[in-house]
Design a protein around this ligand. Structure first.
Ligand code: SAM
Length: 272
């Protein structure tokens, strides 16, 4: 199938919106870190971003769609032979389940399939080999990962990200920059990691904390521990018990977790 047909028959189920506006592709490349670590690209698609990446870096690309995989194998025959590009055909999440995406430190650069973007970013935040994450996602998703305390969209994702990294939105990208155009506005998110997430129980604790994001945090946490214990801990940490989840800083969440940890440990999986 030729390239224009592949774009015409883009598969919705794989989140295929191809970035065609070269000016945004260049802006992504300019936002990349300039060390010589390899790049992992998830979903090279028609290869427009890949073409720029392989000019400066060694790239390992994961593509789930067989047709696109064949297209990339054909288009980048020379780069694959020269080992500048390594192409892995299949679901990147399955590769992650099997072990490491790569046996060395890398940067993740991708125009992510939106249906699994949050999942992929969390995986990359936990992956000790991943040093930074530069990804195009739905604008609202980018805002969640980069939100700061007191902002309305400061959620568990913001707490997790700010626990191990610095996140910023580089720029927004309008629907007409893609073929086919998505219904939403996109944004390029840069997450510079300082370390990796390594405590799934803290992630579970945050699920309790944000279970009803507009309700009082003390009420949310009383689904985890007895209310009197929660109020005592709030007292010790001098937290006003009327505060909502988005009004509490990352540092205070870690202190709360430390004090209530035993209740997470004691929860049966079906209660989680
Ligand atoms: N990089 C291209 C671009 O910028 O135009 C394509 C981006 S498109 C938004 C997302 C790409 O991810 C598609 O090529 C899609 O087939 C691929 N994809 C979707 N789910 C995937 C998965 N689970 N594993 C690997 N690739 C996936």
């Amino acid at each position: 199938m030729i390239k224009t047909d592949l774009a015409k028959f883009a598969q919705k189920k794989f989140g295929q919106n191809f970035l065609k506006d070269q000016s945004y592709i260049e802006k992504i490349v300019q936002s990349m870190s300039n060390d010589d670590k390899k790049i992992v690209e998830i979903g090279p698609g028609l290869g427009d971003l890949t073409k720029e990446l392989v000019k400066t870096k060694q790239v390992i690309a994961f593509e789930v769609d067989k047709r696109l995989c064949e297209h990339i194998a054909h288009t980048f025959e020379k780069e694959i032979k020269q080992k500048i590009l390594t192409l892995k055909c299949g679901d990147v999440l399955a590769s992650w389940e099997e072990g490491n995406l790569l046996d060395e430190e890398y940067h993740l650069v991708a125009n992510l399939p939106y249906y699994i973007a949050t999942h992929i970013i969390l995986k990359a935040l936990r992956d000790t080999r991943c040093q930074s994450i530069l990804v195009m996602v739905q604008k609202e998703v980018a805002q969640k990962f980069s939100a700061k305390v007191q902002q309305k969209d400061f959620s568990a994702l913001g707490v997790l990200t700010s626990s191990v990294a610095k996140a910023t939105i580089c720029f927004e990208v309008p629907p007409h920059a893609f073929v086919p155009p998505p219904k939403i506005t996109s944004a390029v998110l840069l997450i510079k990691k300082e370390r990796s997430l390594n405590d799934m129980r803290f992630e579970e604790f945050l699920r309790f904390a944000f279970v009803q994001p507009r309700k009082k945090l003390s009420n949310n946490l009383s689904k985890l521990a007895p209310k009197d214990v929660v109020l005592k801990v709030f007292d010790e940490l001098e937290i006003n018990s009327d505060k909502r989840p988005h009004e509490i800083s990352t540092e205070i969440y870690h202190q709360l977790y430390y004090k209530l940890k035993e209740y997470i440990d004691g929860k049966q999986p079906e209660q989680r």
